[in-house]
Design a protein around this ligand. Structure first.
Ligand code: ATP
Ligand code: MG
Length: 443
């Protein structure tokens, strides 16, 4: 087996070998190379201690000296070079309590999570594959290195990682590994929200976001997203739907492109449905108010999972307005754009179409046509640059104060009325006309 190492990686490995150390490309980059994918980054494992690595390269960063990691910079790219190590127990399910350096590559490979991630390669020794990572890559299997229960007990995040890699690679989780995860899922509670978030996002952005179902089945979402578990068991007895809220959501996830905000929005768009569900006398379910309540829940959830404010705000907008269906005329759509914010488009249309395709086939064509019409009118409004916000008004606060409008709430109200006026009559957004209206109001 020959892997084509980038020049800089070769250079690092050669330099270390020339000075009497061992060094290999290891982990994800070896896995991805064998799969014929371009590795996102190249990690190197070596018998050299961090200080010894630092002495050999001009430009290095102390990334995690206590864990043996030094970043070597070559041509503005960072390569993590980590000393062979044995991880002690993971104290808080987060950091190894202690890290022991070892002269033995196999010890280092043993501490790694999955067989497909525990292969090392260099040009002088070829592939080192002690745990049949190649076989599992061929079979399409995620399998722990060693006893899965022990490995998940050392670091509970590995359960999330198993599902995440299965989603990224389209692999199955091997039965004993799956069984161990089912048993130990509650211990994920020890893991920090930040680490869980990373794995969740990678799963959502993968080609197989439907593995959200596996997170539920294994009992992992019960720990960090119990709202999702409710979705998975909430039936929708309505002509518009054919699946539970969760199964519907899984289809919507698959129907939006792999964009972080869109996939998160798809995941959360109906998150409030279980809570908002009512059943009428005929036995039909209704979910009144779920976008409004969903917006609040999205905020709580994303905050809990330590997402940044910008992501939170954008997802909240999509959740709030995913079901918005204004009258299909220019005036109503200008008002909608003004309220929602034009920058949520055109992604909102993407989400709406994906949502529709995840529903029953009842009126599907009509629903899609309404979205097309909504979008066509939106485009006309944008091309004409119709005024949609106070900033678009042909007058500003200064102009109005010059006419004698009082600074403060009165000024704000006046601007609001002018905006309402031009949303109804965009052709009247001229300085002259708006001043005239304001003068009339002052009389
Ligand atoms: P990605 O393409 O997402 O970067 P990766 O395999 O490189 O995938 P990383 O999280 O970057 O994953 O970790 C690099 C390597 O370190 C893994 O391939 C694995 O060998 C090891 N590793 C990472 N996290 C763990 C963990 N929690 N437990 C055991 N080994 C781990
Ligand atoms: Mg990596």
């Amino acid at each position: 087996m020959k892997i084509k190492l980038p020049e800089d990686v070769k250079n690092i490995i050669d330099t270390l070998e020339e000075h009497g150390f061992e060094a290999y490309a290891v982990g994800g980059c070896v896995r991805d190379s064998i799969l014929g994918k371009d590795p996102a980054d190249w990690d190197i494992t070596t018998s050299a201690k961090p200080e010894q690595v630092k002495a050999l390269f001009k430009s290095t960063i102390d990334t995690g000296i206590q864990h043996g990691t030094v970043t070597v910079l070559l041509h503005h790219v960072g390569y993590e070079v980590t000393t062979y190590r044995i991880d002690g127990e993971y104290e808080d399910g987060r950091h190894p309590k202690e890290v022991l350096f070892t002269p033995n590559l196999l010890e280092d490979l043993k501490r790694r999570d999955f067989t497909i991630n525990a292969m090392a390669y260099n040009d002088s020794h070829g592939l080192v594959d002690e745990f049949d990572g190649i076989g599992d890559l061929e079979r399409g299997i995620i399998r722990c290195v060693g006893d899965p229960k022990q490995r998940f007990t050392e670091d509970a995040l590995r359960m999330m990682r198993a599902v995440r890699f299965a989603a990224q690679l389209g692999f199955e989780i091997e039965e004993a590994t799956r069984e161990a995860a089912r048993e130990l899922a509650p211990t994920l509670a020890k893991v920090s929200a930040e680490r869980i978030q990373v794995e969740l996002v990678k799963l959502l952005l993968s080609d197989h976001p439907h593995l959200m179902r596996d997170l539920y089945e294994l009992g992992l979402t019960a720990v960090f997203l119990p709202e999702w578990d409710l979705c998975m068991v909430t039936e929708q007895h309505t002509i518009h739907h054919a699946y539970t809220v969760g199964e519907h959501t899984i289809r919507v996830l698959g129907n939006v492109p792999a964009d972080r905000v869109l996939r998160l929005s798809a995941l959360l768009h109906d998150i409030a449905k279980p809570e908002c569900k009512t059943t009428d006398a005929e036995g039909n379910d209704h979910f009144d108010g779920h976008p409004v309540r969903g917006k609040e829940m999205a905020r709580e959830i994303l905050r809990r999972l330590k997402f940044d404010n910008d992501t939170m705000k954008r997802v909240q907008t999509f959740v709030r307005y995913h079901d918005e269906r204004p009258e299909l005329d220019e005036r109503a759509i200008r008002w909608a754009l003004s309220e929602i914010g034009a920058d949520a488009f055109p992604e909102l249309f993407t989400l709406k179409r994906a949502d529709t395709l995840g529903q029953s086939e009842y009126m599907r064509r009509e629903k899609l046509e309404a979205i097309d019409r909504f979008e066509a009118i939106y485009q006309e409004i944008m091309e004409r640059k119709d005024p949609l916000t106070m900033k678009d008004l042909a007058v500003n606060g200064q102009d109005l104060m010059a006419l004698g409008v009082e600074r403060g709430p009165v000024l704000g109200e006046t601007l609001k009325r002018l905006l309402a006026h031009v949303l109804d009559n965009p052709e009247e957004n001229t300085r002259e006309r708006l001043l005239e209206i304001t003068r009339g109001e002052l009389l």
